[in-house]
Design a protein around this ligand. Structure first.
Ligand code: ZN
Length: 69
């Protein structure tokens, strides 16, 4: 995959966490995203079957990350 920002070649790797990964509209620094309201949660990116992370593409040149949700 070519980087949509600079056109350079992207590498495949994983974005990994000890907990689930979420997309949210706001940060939840005290309770964490698991307690965000339904309207605030855009998506949970991984489940137990997926394991500890999601596949992503990174651009070593401009240090951008691209993933699907
Ligand atoms: Zn790039």
């Amino acid at each position: 995959m070519d980087c949509p920002f600079c056109g350079g070649r992207m590498e495949e790797c994983y974005l990994e966490s000890n907990g689930f990964l979420y997309l949210t509209r706001m940060l939840h620094p005290v309770m964490g995203p698991a307690f965000a309201s339904k309207g605030d949660k855009i998506a949970r990116l991984n489940n137990r079957r997926d394991g500890t992370g999601i596949p992503v593409h990174i651009c070593p040149s401009c240090r951008k990350v691209v993933f699907s949700y």
